[in-house]
Design a protein around this ligand. Structure first.
Ligand code: SF4
Length: 280
Protein backbone atom coordinates (compact mmCIF):
# COMPACT_ATOMS: atom_id res chain seq x y z
CA UNK A 1 0.00 0.00 0.00
CA UNK A 2 1.51 3.34 -1.08
CA UNK A 3 0.97 6.28 1.26
CA UNK A 4 0.37 9.80 0.00
CA UNK A 5 0.18 12.65 2.49
CA UNK A 6 -2.48 15.35 2.25
CA UNK A 7 0.28 17.99 2.33
CA UNK A 8 1.65 16.55 -0.95
CA UNK A 9 -1.81 16.74 -2.52
CA UNK A 10 -2.35 20.32 -1.33
CA UNK A 11 1.02 21.45 -2.72
CA UNK A 12 0.45 19.67 -6.04
CA UNK A 13 -3.02 21.19 -6.48
CA UNK A 14 -1.63 24.65 -5.76
CA UNK A 15 1.10 24.21 -8.39
CA UNK A 16 -1.47 23.01 -10.93
CA UNK A 17 -3.75 25.98 -10.16
CA UNK A 18 -0.92 28.43 -10.81
CA UNK A 19 0.25 26.69 -13.99
CA UNK A 20 -3.25 26.28 -15.40
CA UNK A 21 -4.17 29.93 -14.94
CA UNK A 22 -0.85 31.35 -16.15
CA UNK A 23 0.06 29.12 -19.11
CA UNK A 24 -2.17 28.02 -21.94
CA UNK A 25 -1.47 24.35 -22.70
CA UNK A 26 0.96 23.83 -25.60
CA UNK A 27 -1.60 22.00 -27.75
CA UNK A 28 -4.01 24.95 -27.50
CA UNK A 29 -1.28 27.45 -28.43
CA UNK A 30 -0.27 25.38 -31.46
CA UNK A 31 -3.89 24.94 -32.53
CA UNK A 32 -4.48 28.70 -32.31
CA UNK A 33 -1.31 29.36 -34.35
CA UNK A 34 -2.38 26.85 -37.00
CA UNK A 35 -5.92 28.24 -37.13
CA UNK A 36 -4.54 31.78 -37.53
CA UNK A 37 -2.33 30.64 -40.42
CA UNK A 38 -5.24 28.96 -42.22
CA UNK A 39 -7.83 31.66 -41.54
CA UNK A 40 -9.00 33.70 -44.56
CA UNK A 41 -10.55 36.58 -42.60
CA UNK A 42 -8.03 39.32 -41.64
CA UNK A 43 -10.12 40.25 -38.59
CA UNK A 44 -10.24 36.64 -37.38
CA UNK A 45 -6.48 36.32 -37.93
CA UNK A 46 -5.86 39.50 -36.00
CA UNK A 47 -8.08 38.35 -33.09
CA UNK A 48 -6.22 35.07 -32.81
CA UNK A 49 -2.91 36.95 -32.89
CA UNK A 50 -4.18 39.02 -29.93
CA UNK A 51 -5.15 35.81 -28.10
CA UNK A 52 -1.67 34.39 -28.69
CA UNK A 53 0.00 37.65 -27.58
CA UNK A 54 -2.20 37.61 -24.49
CA UNK A 55 -1.10 34.05 -23.67
CA UNK A 56 2.55 35.09 -24.05
CA UNK A 57 2.08 38.15 -21.83
CA UNK A 58 0.37 36.03 -19.16
CA UNK A 59 3.53 33.95 -18.84
CA UNK A 60 5.90 36.90 -18.97
CA UNK A 61 3.97 39.01 -16.47
CA UNK A 62 2.66 36.09 -14.39
CA UNK A 63 -0.89 37.32 -14.76
CA UNK A 64 -3.95 35.17 -15.39
CA UNK A 65 -4.62 34.27 -19.04
CA UNK A 66 -8.20 35.45 -18.52
CA UNK A 67 -9.82 37.51 -15.78
CA UNK A 68 -12.44 34.79 -15.27
CA UNK A 69 -10.29 32.22 -13.52
CA UNK A 70 -13.32 30.01 -13.18
CA UNK A 71 -14.86 27.39 -11.01
CA UNK A 72 -12.26 24.63 -10.75
CA UNK A 73 -13.01 21.03 -11.63
CA UNK A 74 -10.43 18.65 -10.21
CA UNK A 75 -10.15 15.03 -11.32
CA UNK A 76 -8.23 12.66 -9.09
CA UNK A 77 -7.36 9.34 -10.71
CA UNK A 78 -6.10 7.02 -8.03
CA UNK A 79 -5.24 3.40 -7.56
CA UNK A 80 -7.06 1.40 -4.92
CA UNK A 81 -3.68 0.54 -3.37
CA UNK A 82 -3.08 4.16 -2.37
CA UNK A 83 -3.62 5.14 1.25
CA UNK A 84 -4.19 8.84 1.91
CA UNK A 85 -2.71 9.96 5.23
CA UNK A 86 -2.59 13.21 7.17
CA UNK A 87 -6.16 14.37 6.73
CA UNK A 88 -9.13 14.48 4.40
CA UNK A 89 -8.35 14.29 0.68
CA UNK A 90 -11.11 16.69 -0.42
CA UNK A 91 -10.06 19.25 2.19
CA UNK A 92 -6.47 18.95 0.91
CA UNK A 93 -7.64 19.61 -2.66
CA UNK A 94 -9.61 22.66 -1.58
CA UNK A 95 -6.68 23.92 0.51
CA UNK A 96 -4.51 23.73 -2.62
CA UNK A 97 -7.12 25.68 -4.60
CA UNK A 98 -7.29 28.31 -1.86
CA UNK A 99 -3.48 28.70 -1.71
CA UNK A 100 -3.13 28.84 -5.50
CA UNK A 101 -5.83 31.45 -6.00
CA UNK A 102 -4.42 33.64 -3.22
CA UNK A 103 -0.82 33.34 -4.38
CA UNK A 104 -1.71 34.03 -8.02
CA UNK A 105 -4.08 36.89 -7.17
CA UNK A 106 -6.67 35.14 -9.33
CA UNK A 107 -10.30 36.24 -9.27
CA UNK A 108 -12.39 34.36 -6.74
CA UNK A 109 -15.65 33.55 -8.44
CA UNK A 110 -17.33 30.88 -6.31
CA UNK A 111 -20.51 31.57 -4.33
CA UNK A 112 -21.12 29.20 -1.43
CA UNK A 113 -24.81 28.79 -2.17
CA UNK A 114 -26.34 29.07 -5.66
CA UNK A 115 -29.36 31.05 -4.37
CA UNK A 116 -27.90 33.14 -1.54
CA UNK A 117 -24.93 33.98 -3.78
CA UNK A 118 -22.35 35.04 -1.21
CA UNK A 119 -18.76 34.75 -2.44
CA UNK A 120 -16.84 32.07 -0.55
CA UNK A 121 -13.81 34.37 -0.70
CA UNK A 122 -11.23 31.80 -1.75
CA UNK A 123 -12.63 30.15 -4.91
CA UNK A 124 -13.57 26.99 -3.03
CA UNK A 125 -15.10 24.51 -3.08
CA UNK A 126 -13.87 22.90 -6.27
CA UNK A 127 -15.95 20.31 -8.11
CA UNK A 128 -13.97 17.15 -7.37
CA UNK A 129 -14.26 13.89 -9.29
CA UNK A 130 -12.60 10.69 -8.12
CA UNK A 131 -11.81 7.85 -10.51
CA UNK A 132 -10.57 4.77 -8.67
CA UNK A 133 -9.06 1.78 -10.42
CA UNK A 134 -6.50 -0.97 -9.83
CA UNK A 135 -2.92 -0.11 -8.92
CA UNK A 136 -1.16 2.56 -6.85
CA UNK A 137 -1.07 5.50 -9.27
CA UNK A 138 -2.22 8.97 -8.25
CA UNK A 139 -2.76 11.84 -10.68
CA UNK A 140 -4.40 15.22 -10.37
CA UNK A 141 -5.92 17.30 -13.16
CA UNK A 142 -6.98 20.86 -12.47
CA UNK A 143 -9.43 22.41 -14.93
CA UNK A 144 -10.52 25.99 -14.19
CA UNK A 145 -13.45 26.95 -16.42
CA UNK A 146 -15.01 30.37 -16.80
CA UNK A 147 -18.76 30.91 -16.78
CA UNK A 148 -18.89 32.43 -20.27
CA UNK A 149 -18.28 29.06 -21.84
CA UNK A 150 -19.73 26.96 -19.02
CA UNK A 151 -23.13 28.67 -19.34
CA UNK A 152 -23.34 27.71 -23.01
CA UNK A 153 -23.18 23.94 -22.42
CA UNK A 154 -26.32 21.88 -22.99
CA UNK A 155 -27.57 18.35 -22.46
CA UNK A 156 -30.35 16.50 -24.27
CA UNK A 157 -31.93 13.08 -23.96
CA UNK A 158 -32.34 11.98 -27.57
CA UNK A 159 -34.45 9.05 -28.64
CA UNK A 160 -32.21 6.20 -29.81
CA UNK A 161 -33.97 6.39 -33.20
CA UNK A 162 -32.52 9.89 -33.68
CA UNK A 163 -29.10 8.23 -33.82
CA UNK A 164 -26.00 9.82 -35.26
CA UNK A 165 -27.96 12.44 -37.18
CA UNK A 166 -29.55 13.60 -33.93
CA UNK A 167 -26.11 13.86 -32.34
CA UNK A 168 -24.78 15.91 -35.27
CA UNK A 169 -27.75 18.30 -35.21
CA UNK A 170 -27.51 18.81 -31.44
CA UNK A 171 -23.77 19.55 -31.42
CA UNK A 172 -24.10 22.10 -34.22
CA UNK A 173 -27.17 23.68 -32.56
CA UNK A 174 -25.32 24.14 -29.24
CA UNK A 175 -22.33 25.81 -30.90
CA UNK A 176 -24.61 28.02 -33.03
CA UNK A 177 -26.69 29.12 -30.03
CA UNK A 178 -23.54 29.91 -28.05
CA UNK A 179 -22.46 32.40 -30.71
CA UNK A 180 -19.68 34.61 -29.36
CA UNK A 181 -20.69 34.08 -25.71
CA UNK A 182 -18.35 31.15 -25.16
CA UNK A 183 -15.33 33.09 -26.51
CA UNK A 184 -14.45 31.02 -29.59
CA UNK A 185 -12.31 29.47 -31.03
CA UNK A 186 -13.77 26.68 -28.94
CA UNK A 187 -12.88 23.23 -27.86
CA UNK A 188 -16.14 21.28 -28.11
CA UNK A 189 -16.50 18.41 -25.64
CA UNK A 190 -19.19 15.89 -26.52
CA UNK A 191 -20.38 13.16 -24.15
CA UNK A 192 -22.56 10.45 -25.68
CA UNK A 193 -24.27 7.71 -23.68
CA UNK A 194 -24.47 6.78 -20.02
CA UNK A 195 -27.26 8.52 -18.13
CA UNK A 196 -27.76 12.28 -17.62
CA UNK A 197 -24.85 12.85 -15.28
CA UNK A 198 -22.49 10.49 -17.06
CA UNK A 199 -23.09 12.19 -20.43
CA UNK A 200 -22.22 15.55 -18.83
CA UNK A 201 -19.14 14.06 -17.18
CA UNK A 202 -18.01 12.51 -20.48
CA UNK A 203 -18.39 15.90 -22.22
CA UNK A 204 -16.13 17.48 -19.59
CA UNK A 205 -13.68 14.61 -19.73
CA UNK A 206 -13.48 15.04 -23.49
CA UNK A 207 -12.21 18.60 -22.93
CA UNK A 208 -9.23 17.26 -21.00
CA UNK A 209 -7.87 15.42 -24.05
CA UNK A 210 -5.32 17.49 -26.02
CA UNK A 211 -6.85 18.95 -29.17
CA UNK A 212 -4.27 17.30 -31.41
CA UNK A 213 -5.26 13.80 -30.27
CA UNK A 214 -8.18 12.09 -31.98
CA UNK A 215 -10.36 9.41 -30.38
CA UNK A 216 -8.69 5.97 -30.53
CA UNK A 217 -11.76 4.42 -32.20
CA UNK A 218 -11.63 5.16 -35.93
CA UNK A 219 -15.36 5.85 -36.31
CA UNK A 220 -15.37 8.33 -33.42
CA UNK A 221 -12.19 9.98 -34.68
CA UNK A 222 -13.91 10.41 -38.06
CA UNK A 223 -17.00 11.85 -36.34
CA UNK A 224 -14.82 14.34 -34.44
CA UNK A 225 -13.31 15.56 -37.72
CA UNK A 226 -16.72 15.71 -39.42
CA UNK A 227 -18.28 17.70 -36.55
CA UNK A 228 -15.33 20.10 -36.51
CA UNK A 229 -15.97 20.77 -40.19
CA UNK A 230 -19.68 21.34 -39.55
CA UNK A 231 -19.21 23.79 -36.67
CA UNK A 232 -16.53 25.70 -38.55
CA UNK A 233 -18.95 26.09 -41.47
CA UNK A 234 -21.15 28.16 -39.13
CA UNK A 235 -18.83 31.10 -39.75
CA UNK A 236 -18.94 32.37 -36.13
CA UNK A 237 -15.16 32.73 -35.96
CA UNK A 238 -13.05 34.10 -33.09
CA UNK A 239 -15.22 35.87 -30.49
CA UNK A 240 -18.20 35.36 -32.82
CA UNK A 241 -17.01 38.15 -35.13
CA UNK A 242 -16.83 36.01 -38.25
CA UNK A 243 -14.38 33.56 -39.75
CA UNK A 244 -13.76 29.88 -40.22
CA UNK A 245 -12.10 29.31 -36.85
CA UNK A 246 -15.14 28.68 -34.66
CA UNK A 247 -13.59 25.61 -33.05
CA UNK A 248 -10.10 24.18 -32.70
CA UNK A 249 -11.32 20.66 -32.08
CA UNK A 250 -14.30 18.46 -31.28
CA UNK A 251 -13.46 15.77 -28.72
CA UNK A 252 -15.92 12.94 -28.06
CA UNK A 253 -16.16 10.49 -25.18
CA UNK A 254 -18.78 7.74 -24.96
CA UNK A 255 -20.19 5.42 -22.30
CA UNK A 256 -22.56 2.42 -22.41
CA UNK A 257 -26.21 3.39 -22.09
CA UNK A 258 -29.76 2.02 -21.71
CA UNK A 259 -31.57 0.47 -24.69
CA UNK A 260 -34.12 3.33 -24.54
CA UNK A 261 -31.62 6.19 -24.04
CA UNK A 262 -29.31 8.33 -26.13
CA UNK A 263 -28.09 11.13 -23.85
CA UNK A 264 -25.83 13.74 -25.47
CA UNK A 265 -24.05 16.50 -23.57
CA UNK A 266 -22.00 19.29 -25.11
CA UNK A 267 -19.56 21.27 -23.00
CA UNK A 268 -17.90 24.23 -24.67
CA UNK A 269 -14.49 25.49 -23.67
CA UNK A 270 -13.18 28.85 -24.78
CA UNK A 271 -9.94 29.91 -26.47
CA UNK A 272 -8.55 30.13 -22.91
CA UNK A 273 -8.93 26.40 -22.35
CA UNK A 274 -6.82 25.86 -19.25
CA UNK A 275 -5.78 22.60 -17.66
CA UNK A 276 -2.82 21.27 -15.77
CA UNK A 277 -2.00 17.77 -14.52
CA UNK A 278 0.60 16.12 -12.35
CA UNK A 279 1.39 12.72 -10.89
CA UNK A 280 2.43 11.96 -7.33
S1 SF4 B 1 -15.31 32.23 -21.75
FE1 SF4 B 1 -13.11 31.89 -21.41
S2 SF4 B 1 -12.03 33.56 -22.45
FE2 SF4 B 1 -14.22 34.12 -22.25
S3 SF4 B 1 -14.29 35.36 -20.37
FE3 SF4 B 1 -14.79 33.23 -19.82
S4 SF4 B 1 -12.84 32.27 -19.23
FE4 SF4 B 1 -12.37 34.16 -20.33
Amino acid sequence: MREIHCEQIKAAVKDCVLKANLELPGDIVIALQEAAEKEESPRARSLMKIMLDNAEMAIQQQMAVCQDTGLVAVTICMGQDVHIVGGDISEAVNAGIRDGYREGWFRQSVVSDPLERINSGDNTPAVIHYEVSAGDHFSITVFPKGAGSENMGQLTMLKPSQGLEGVREFVVKVVKEAGGNACPPLVVGVGIGGNMEMAAYMAKKALLRPVDRRHPKNELAALEIELLGLVNQLGLGPQGLGGESTALAVNIETYPTHIACLPVAVSLSCHATRRSSCEL
